[in-house]
Design a protein. Sequence first.
Length: 363
Amino acid sequence: MRILDRYIIKPLVSTFLGCLFIFIFLYVISDALSRLDDILKHHVGLTFMYHYYLASLPIIATQTAPIALLLSTIYVFGKLNRDNELIAMRSSGLSLWQICGPSIAIGLSLSILVFSTNEKIIPAARLNADKMKKTLDGEKNTGPKEVVHNLTFYGLENRLFFINYFDSKTNTMEGITILEHDNQQNLTTKITARRAAYKDKLWFFYEFNRLNFDAQGQVSDDAIYRQEEITDITETPQDFLQQKKHQELMTIAQLEDYIWKLRKSGAMPAVRNLLVELHQRYASSFSSLILILIGIPFSFKIRKRANIFSSFGICIGISFLYYVLTGISLALGKSGMLFPFLSAWIAPIGFSIAALRMIQESA
């Protein structure tokens, strides 16, 4: 490693670690204060809070790391620019890309680290944090209660559920369609019902219809209709309620397999939302690299004063614009107005192109 590389990397890394620590500390303090009523109401001790935030630490760190790296980049390069050290480096024959190369390498390394953490550590951390959060919210024994509309859920034994209305308070659901498949995802059975209720650990279906299909996809026998039918469905109301959480806990490989099953079953609205989620996982991992690219040319504009406050202001503005555009594009993707790939990548690609052009103009 060149002396110049160490000269840039050392303050960049130390500033990044300091900013990351401050962001994590501020997040924990603000979150704890927002939960103060629940903490006092449910007599939650300091030991429990320590373990809760320790379990949440990987989640908080991956969310705040890109912004911490952006702030440290703007501050360090802004200071170099103010002290005319960038001019001296350029005068010695170094190109702008040679000067910025180590910083970009740090952004790429952090992006890879965030991606690996999201895949290998975050699912387990999120599961532990969610379990502890129930205690914090007073839901240790009762669990969450809510109503869900237009629920799509791929359950056990290759069953795909479409439910218009699900009420966890009464353990009932309405407008039910269930598609059963074999291991090759060929349709074998279609069940419809107007309403269902969960009683004594069994599902009671009302106005129940059942159609069986052969290997060619044709109806194999007469339809079965019953006013009331007790089914062998093993999913509990809690399984339906937690289906979105299960998706969040999936790795990319598991999510891709889940999408494949839903696509074979014809559940295209659910497939579209999950494709947006899948592409977003890839795109969000590169936020560190993209933000450091956009931060470098902005830092060149800091000439007279390169204090932490001016750097923080620029950092907030860039981050706000980046994440707002990302949120809008993801919403458009889930609504079907943008392709899933485009909805996840339009902000990262757009910011990357703008950053590279700005760096090139400064070269």
